[in-house]
Design a protein around this ligand. Sequence first.
Ligand code: GTP
Length: 599
Amino acid sequence: MNQAYIQNFAIIAHIDHGKSTLADRIMEQTNTVSQRERKNQLLDSMKVEQDHGITVKSRTVRNYYHGEDGHEYEYNFIDTPGHVDFSYEVSKSLAACDGAILLVDATQGVQAQTVANFRLAKQNQLSIIPVINKIDSESADIEKTVNQIQQLDQRFSHSTILMISAKTGQNIHDVLEAIYQRIPAPTGNLVAPLKALVFDSIYDPFKGIIAYVRIYDGRLNANQHLKLMADNTEFTSHQLGVFTPNMKESKQLSAGDVGYVTTGLKDSQLIQVGDTLTSCEHPTNKPLPGYQSAKSMVFAGFYPKDDNYKELKAAIEKLSLNDSSFHYMEEVSEALGPGFRCGFLGMLHLQIIRERLANEYHINVLTTAPNSIYHVYLKDTPDQSPLIITNPVKFPKFSKINYVEEPYVKATITTPADSMGAIMKLVDQHLGTLLDMSNQGDLIVLIYKIPISEIAYNFFNKLKSDSHGYATLDTSFLDYELTDVVKISIHINYAPVDALDTVVHRQDSEKIAQGIVKKMKYAVPRRLYPMPVQAFVEGKSIARIDVPPLRKNAAVNGEKHSISKKQQLLHRQNINKRQAAQSDIKLPQSVFNAILETD
Ligand code: GTP
């Protein structure tokens, strides 16, 4: 299609403001999906998305729209996730677009992710169409929402803001008209050498890695010899096509188009999201700017539960390809054997990856307690760059440490005024420092500096519960700063269990250590004899509890057995004990949860 009639845009919004519902309406009204295919939330097809009711992966769809001006337009839109953990997906998608629909829920108004996504769209120089959704709802406050949108950017005059109900379909036509009227068409050079952005990828067992691309210049044909510019990886395009929303083969993609190309590559390390694709014969001389790789904020060990290391490895490789913000490396634990240290954007991301492994690959993993990343400066090498610690097992001995830094984020919390007290108390408990406070209509905006480790685990849920669901959170990385942390090592039956190591703030260490051993009392599988569980910090035992034995000790309990019966029991018990001591303690997931659940 002539580039002048192509529109590439994203739908961006705060979580639950209705992006996926609007995407469904657009697909219906452009007849992209037939009546038969219509069901709610066409795009949130992954099981985890349906279970949680949220979008996790961006989706790309090509639609054809007959404009009132008589032209037929090609609308390529990308539906993006709204949860703070997945903002990396949003920024990836925006790099492939020329415009964005900024959707705001009239019952909630502008929220933290609305502001964050609006900024991302502006950074990418996208044309933004502001749209107010859920106008059918009784609790919609349209005037207030209009004011809030105008505070974002004064150029959004009243008449430029569209009012819709994605649920009932009201005024969706206005959105479809506004897209070609307000979003600029791509301006790529069709005859220049091929220049395409790889903005996503998936793994197909038959076709290998499939790259999702936006073509900026030139043309991409089937059976073309191609090159990924970052590492000069070469391949031949066997198949290419567009998303309707399922993959549909086509002969050519040209400047302005969004589509896919099969690479035949099997090794996930060979392709990076953000890379530039060009032709081997006539390569472009300058790659596209690409984008920064995602920074992992939370780390945890994944270990096979049922002797299926190979399957786990294959599944992790494929998942990382489909989710470029998920990182991993191999590691070996004394207690758990070979496994993987994985990096996530946040706790929800960790949970989603675990569920995807279970749903899509039928693999249940043992997950160690998550931790942050630490920069450890040693005493004997003061001028050296720090040790980067993502696994508490590797945390150096305290006597060797000069000082430690950990990542801090700027946390923007928007809350109704009546929850402000509870929220300030919560953030205080989590070592946050207030940087700024302002009003946004009826809402209070609190800006904090806070260690990532303090908000990574359960903070979001507590924030929601303290504000009856109304407070929102947006975070952005600030810097590494000095921190006072210690490692808690857990010993079970006098032996250290490396997989249970955890790094915490010194001021909370005692409380956390006591909480862990208390939980361990019920989580550690019992033996025939009592077993101590101890928590050590800097060489000192700071908490201890005894796991009770499996059953009463025949020899010491005054049960009414004859002497010979007692001796018989004692003998059997000793054999069991010896056998038990030989086999390692198998740690169930609940042991690791004991650390997680201790706040
Ligand atoms: P994430 O993908 O999780 O970020 O959510 P989303 O922005 O895609 O929101 P989604 O489309 O899943 O909608 C969230 C909820 O709002 C669903 O229960 C929808 O049925 C509801 N909803 C969406 N649009 C409207 C609307 O116009 N009116 C009303 N009343 N409800 C709506």
